[in-house]
Design a binder for this molecule. Sequence first.
Ligand code: RB5
Length: 142
Amino acid sequence: MIAVGSDHGGFGLKQEILAYLKEKGLEYRDFGCFEEKSCDYPEFAHAVAHAVVDGACEKGILICGTGIGMSMAANKVPGARAALCGDCFSAQMTREHNNANILALGARVVGPGLALKIVETFLTTDFSGEERHARRISQIEE
Ligand code: RB5
Protein backbone atom coordinates (compact mmCIF):
# COMPACT_ATOMS: atom_id res chain seq x y z
CA MET A 1 0.00 0.00 0.00
CA ILE A 2 1.38 3.39 -1.01
CA ALA A 3 0.36 6.49 0.93
CA VAL A 4 -0.10 9.55 -1.27
CA GLY A 5 -0.71 13.14 -0.24
CA SER A 6 -0.55 16.62 -1.67
CA ASP A 7 -1.54 20.19 -1.03
CA HIS A 8 -3.31 22.36 -3.62
CA GLY A 9 0.02 23.00 -5.41
CA GLY A 10 0.52 19.28 -5.94
CA PHE A 11 -3.10 18.30 -6.49
CA GLY A 12 -2.96 18.10 -10.31
CA LEU A 13 0.23 16.03 -10.40
CA LYS A 14 -1.17 13.80 -7.68
CA GLN A 15 -4.11 12.88 -9.95
CA GLU A 16 -1.61 11.80 -12.63
CA ILE A 17 0.38 9.77 -10.10
CA LEU A 18 -2.77 8.08 -8.78
CA ALA A 19 -3.76 7.17 -12.35
CA TYR A 20 -0.26 5.74 -12.90
CA LEU A 21 -0.43 3.64 -9.71
CA LYS A 22 -3.86 2.35 -10.69
CA GLU A 23 -2.66 1.43 -14.19
CA LYS A 24 0.27 -0.48 -12.66
CA GLY A 25 -2.08 -2.32 -10.30
CA LEU A 26 -0.44 -0.80 -7.24
CA GLU A 27 -2.64 -0.23 -4.20
CA TYR A 28 -2.67 3.25 -2.75
CA ARG A 29 -4.43 5.38 -0.21
CA ASP A 30 -5.03 9.05 -0.94
CA PHE A 31 -4.66 11.11 2.23
CA GLY A 32 -5.79 14.32 0.52
CA CYS A 33 -6.10 17.10 -0.28
CA PHE A 34 -9.17 16.43 -2.37
CA GLU A 35 -9.57 19.73 -4.21
CA GLU A 36 -7.43 22.58 -5.51
CA LYS A 37 -8.56 24.99 -2.79
CA SER A 38 -5.64 26.46 -0.83
CA CYS A 39 -4.64 24.30 2.13
CA ASP A 40 -1.72 23.65 4.48
CA TYR A 41 0.83 21.00 3.41
CA PRO A 42 2.00 19.88 6.91
CA GLU A 43 -1.35 18.20 7.60
CA PHE A 44 -0.93 15.87 4.62
CA ALA A 45 2.80 15.38 5.11
CA HIS A 46 2.25 14.27 8.71
CA ALA A 47 -0.65 11.95 7.80
CA VAL A 48 1.40 10.20 5.09
CA ALA A 49 4.55 10.03 7.23
CA HIS A 50 2.65 8.48 10.16
CA ALA A 51 1.00 5.92 7.86
CA VAL A 52 4.46 4.87 6.61
CA VAL A 53 6.24 4.88 9.97
CA ASP A 54 3.37 3.04 11.68
CA GLY A 55 3.53 0.33 8.98
CA ALA A 56 0.06 0.85 7.50
CA CYS A 57 1.74 1.77 4.20
CA GLU A 58 5.11 0.61 2.81
CA LYS A 59 6.05 3.85 1.10
CA GLY A 60 4.74 7.37 0.71
CA ILE A 61 4.58 9.98 -2.03
CA LEU A 62 4.07 13.65 -1.19
CA ILE A 63 3.58 16.46 -3.67
CA CYS A 64 3.44 20.21 -3.16
CA GLY A 65 4.53 23.14 -5.33
CA THR A 66 8.25 22.64 -4.72
CA GLY A 67 8.27 19.44 -2.66
CA ILE A 68 10.29 21.34 -0.06
CA GLY A 69 7.59 22.01 2.52
CA MET A 70 6.33 18.44 2.26
CA SER A 71 9.79 16.96 2.78
CA MET A 72 10.54 19.28 5.71
CA ALA A 73 7.27 18.42 7.44
CA ALA A 74 7.45 14.68 6.77
CA ASN A 75 10.98 14.48 8.14
CA LYS A 76 9.79 15.81 11.50
CA VAL A 77 8.06 12.47 12.08
CA PRO A 78 10.61 10.08 13.68
CA GLY A 79 11.36 7.20 11.32
CA ALA A 80 10.33 9.11 8.21
CA ARG A 81 13.03 9.46 5.58
CA ALA A 82 11.54 11.75 2.96
CA ALA A 83 13.65 12.54 -0.08
CA LEU A 84 12.91 15.45 -2.39
CA CYS A 85 13.84 14.25 -5.88
CA GLY A 86 13.88 16.13 -9.16
CA ASP A 87 15.70 13.46 -11.16
CA CYS A 88 15.79 9.68 -11.50
CA PHE A 89 19.39 9.32 -10.32
CA SER A 90 18.50 10.89 -6.95
CA ALA A 91 15.42 8.66 -6.68
CA GLN A 92 17.56 5.57 -7.31
CA MET A 93 20.32 6.63 -4.91
CA THR A 94 17.99 7.62 -2.10
CA ARG A 95 16.45 4.15 -2.19
CA GLU A 96 19.77 2.30 -2.48
CA HIS A 97 21.74 4.38 0.03
CA ASN A 98 19.22 6.15 2.31
CA ASN A 99 16.40 3.59 2.22
CA ALA A 100 14.08 6.57 1.81
CA ASN A 101 10.52 5.62 2.62
CA ILE A 102 8.84 8.76 1.27
CA LEU A 103 9.32 10.50 -2.07
CA ALA A 104 8.65 14.24 -2.20
CA LEU A 105 8.00 15.91 -5.55
CA GLY A 106 7.61 19.52 -6.65
CA ALA A 107 4.74 19.82 -9.10
CA ARG A 108 5.91 23.30 -10.13
CA VAL A 109 9.46 22.03 -10.66
CA VAL A 110 9.17 18.79 -12.61
CA GLY A 111 6.78 18.02 -15.47
CA PRO A 112 4.43 15.06 -15.27
CA GLY A 113 6.53 12.85 -17.59
CA LEU A 114 9.65 13.16 -15.46
CA ALA A 115 7.65 12.93 -12.24
CA LEU A 116 6.22 9.56 -13.27
CA LYS A 117 9.68 8.22 -14.15
CA ILE A 118 10.92 9.40 -10.73
CA VAL A 119 7.98 7.62 -9.08
CA GLU A 120 8.69 4.45 -11.05
CA THR A 121 12.39 4.55 -10.11
CA PHE A 122 11.61 5.18 -6.45
CA LEU A 123 9.09 2.33 -6.24
CA THR A 124 11.17 -0.25 -8.10
CA THR A 125 14.58 0.35 -6.50
CA ASP A 126 15.52 -1.64 -3.40
CA PHE A 127 17.72 -0.57 -0.51
CA SER A 128 21.23 -1.95 -1.05
CA GLY A 129 21.30 -3.35 2.49
CA GLU A 130 25.02 -2.62 2.73
CA GLU A 131 26.30 -2.24 6.28
CA ARG A 132 27.78 1.23 5.79
CA HIS A 133 24.48 2.58 4.53
CA ALA A 134 22.46 0.88 7.29
CA ARG A 135 24.90 2.32 9.85
CA ARG A 136 24.57 5.86 8.48
CA ILE A 137 20.77 5.62 8.36
CA SER A 138 20.65 4.54 12.02
CA GLN A 139 22.85 7.55 12.87
CA ILE A 140 20.21 9.90 11.40
CA GLU A 141 17.83 9.10 14.26
CA GLU A 142 20.47 9.41 17.03
C1 RB5 B 1 1.88 26.59 -1.86
O1 RB5 B 1 1.73 27.80 -2.51
C2 RB5 B 1 3.34 26.22 -1.77
O2 RB5 B 1 3.98 27.05 -0.85
C3 RB5 B 1 3.48 24.76 -1.39
O3 RB5 B 1 2.84 23.97 -2.33
C4 RB5 B 1 4.90 24.21 -1.30
O4 RB5 B 1 5.63 24.52 -2.44
C5 RB5 B 1 5.63 24.49 -0.08
O5 RB5 B 1 6.79 24.06 0.13
